[in-house]
Design a protein around this ligand. Structure first.
Ligand code: FAD
Ligand code: NAP
Length: 338
């Protein structure tokens, strides 16, 4: 097992922050992960698991072991006329996995195209976009309990998926290393094109007959136009979650802000667009010394040249405060702060 000491994490987080860690270890097999967690080094140091580092903000150095997940492999485990079951190793790149499924005509995750990061982190916050959440296709999450070294399996229900959350982001955070995920995908697609600009983009692209690839291409095109590419501008996607409020709160807000975008939820609550709330507070496109709020989407905080993420965290505090003052709503961070 190769151990790098006093390593920079700059290449391992999409904000491009130059935090350091005491030890950096890349894991290519579950055996080497088992070996690591039995070691004295592991027992004497705190640990942090990283996939693609696209949902983390480092505000300081990490005084312990950063474990980079590079487990690989995608396998079809069974199929019938309607569905196919796939096991994908946690270190696989999420977008490449989506493309692999599309090439094989396996439907269900095409709307989740171009989300950065790894397969193993996808259940962690139940990634979602354009009306689809990964929980819709996950049958099982396989993970190693980092205290006992035992492999455990979590059914979809046991993962307690919610809006951008799961047991792995709450009570089990940093206690389990997700090693692979089992998916059930469909051989007969049910296209979901009603969300956001997908339909319009498909029309612009001149698509006459829907296909998984066409939907994926439309999502890729929209995302490329709207979101900053982390290879060019450091960011971790949406910094905050969209809040949901009661009908009562919504009625109060609607009275004062008649144009407020709102999405009624099955549980009778109303989802609001955090990006809109932040924009109304005047933050959209604001630039400070080396960081700021993205010009196209106020939900995305960006890093132009910072080496340390503390100012971005401080900015997020100010944003939370101003949204609280204007709307009486407390925004919650989606990004994992270290
Ligand atoms: P990391 O950032 O490496 O880790 C995230 C958290 O998960 C950390 O706390 C880490 O410790 C933990 N973790 C990672 N791997 C494991 C593992 N194997 N076992 C246990 N814990 C683990 N998210 C969406 O939901 N929808 C979007 O549309 C979306 N768009 C994005 C667009 C951009 C441009 C960017 C930069 C980010 C976007 N994100 C989006 C956020 C991010 O891509 C996802 O949350 C992604 O799943 C993170 O994967 P990762 O491998 O980079 O995780
Ligand atoms: P958008 O289309 O400008 O919409 C703004 C917000 O309104 C979104 O956050 C979305 O909530 C909500 N929304 C829009 N249409 C909706 C509908 N028909 N029903 C319910 N809610 C609706 O958003 P965007 O910024 O361009 O992002 C597009 C999609 O990619 C969204 O699903 C977003 O979540 C996802 N995305 C996520 C991240 C991340 O880091 N988490 C980053 C970029 C994009 P939802 O967020 O709940 O979908």
């Amino acid at each position: 097992m190769h151990i790098e000491t006093n390593a920079s994490l700059k290449a391992y987080n999409t904000f491009g922050l130059n935090a350091k860690c005491k030890y950096l270890i890349k894991i290519h097999s579950t055996d080497s992960l088992q070996e690591l967690i039995q070691s004295k080094l592991y027992k004497e140091n705190p640990h942090l698991i990283l996939g693609g580092g696209s949902n983390v903000l480092f505000t300081k150095d990490f005084n312990g072991i950063v474990i980079i997940n590079e487990l690989s492999g995608i396998e079809k485990t069974s199929e019938n006329d309607e569905t196919v079951n796939i096991n994908a190793a946690a270190g696989e790149n999420w977008h490449q996995f989506v493309l692999h499924c599309i090439e094989n005509n396996w439907a269900g995750i095409e709307n989740l195209s171009l989300i950065p990061g790894t397969v193993g982190a996808a259940p962690m916050q139940n990634i979602g976009a354009y009306g689809v959440e990964v929980k819709d296709v996950i049958t099982k999450v396989n993970a190693i309990n980092l205290e006992t070294g035992e492999m455990e399996q979590f059914s979809n229900d046991e993962c307690r998926f919610g809006y951008r959350t799961s047991i792995f982001k709450t009570s089990h955070k940093n206690k389990y290393f997700i090693t692979s995920v089992d998916f059930t995908l469909s051989k007969k697609p049910h296209f979901n094109t009603s969300y956001g600009a997908i339909r319009q983009k498909l029309d612009e692209m001149g698509v006459k007959e829907l296909s998984l690839k066409a939907v994926s291409d439309a999502v890729i095109a929209i995302r490329t136009e709207k979101l900053p590419n982390p290879e060019e501008i450091g960011n971790a996607g949406s910094f905050f979650k969209n809040p949901t409020v009661s009908q009562e709160t919504f009625a109060r807000l609607k009275k004062n802000f008649p144009d407020i975008p709102n999405y009624p939820q099955p549980d009778n609550k109303v989802k609001l667009a955090a990006g809109w709330l932040i924009e109304q507070c005047g933050w959209k496109g604001k630039t400070f010394d080396g960081y700021g709020v993205h010009k196209n989407q106020a939900l995305v905080l960006v890093n132009y040249s910072l080496e340390n993420g503390q100012p971005i965290y401080d900015l997020s505090e100010k944003i939370i405060e101003s949204v609280q003052n204007k709307f009486g709503i407390t925004l919650e961070r989606e990004v994992n702060v270290y």
